[in-house]
Design a protein around this ligand. Structure first.
Ligand code: OFO
Length: 171
């Protein structure tokens, strides 16, 4: 059974994951309007993954006797400047999400909720992967700079990174 403190903290994370899904969806749509099909495909898939992260939390909260809530989200931006800015934005976003997961883990320890602590280890591993992937993409983008041909190749390449993150455990 979840304590109210843990239930509220997990519900906050539901909102964080939902917001991540929305922002990556906005990035996908923007890239698609610019004709960058590979980047759009990557971002659509990433948005779906964030929804999975959210659903995993929703199910856990309800399974443990709590009530997962769906909240109103702020609209993400519609445009992201350049791909470099967009991927910088993605990286910074993931660093923030990692902090939010770490804070959550900290609360479970203080509350001595070891079941939720154990459940959250999946997210801890996932954030390591997500930050590494974002950093990897950013390195590639920095190498390309403003080179149009490079961006074209990058667009083709980035599709291959979909699902390249290790799935620590799907349960
Ligand atoms: Fe849910 O991992 Fe990204 O935000």
């Amino acid at each position: 059974m979840l304590s109210k403190i843990i239930e509220d903290a997990l519900n906050k994370q539901v909102t964080v994951e939902a917001a991540s899904s929305q922002v990556y969806l906005a990035m996908a749509s923007w890239a698609e309007t610019l004709g960058f099909e590979g980047v759009a495909t990557f971002m659509y898939a990433h948005s779906d993954e964030e929804r999975e992260h959210m659903l995993k939390l929703v199910k856990f909260i309800n399974e443990r006797g709590g009530h997962a809530k769906v909240s109103l989200l702020e609209a993400p931006p519609a445009e992201f400047g350049s791909f470099k800015e967009m991927f910088e934005n993605l990286f910074e976003h993931e660093v923030k999400v990692s902090k939010s997961i770490n804070d959550l883990v900290d609360i479970t320890l203080k509350q001595k909720d070891y079941a939720t602590h154990n459940f959250l280890q999946w997210y801890v591993s996932e954030q390591i992967e997500e930050e590494a992937l974002a950093r990897n993409i950013l390195d590639k983008i920095n190498l390309i700079g403003d080179d149009k041909g490079g961006l074209y190749l990058f667009d083709n390449d980035v599709k291959r990174l979909i699902g390249s993150q290790a799935e620590p455990d799907s349960n």
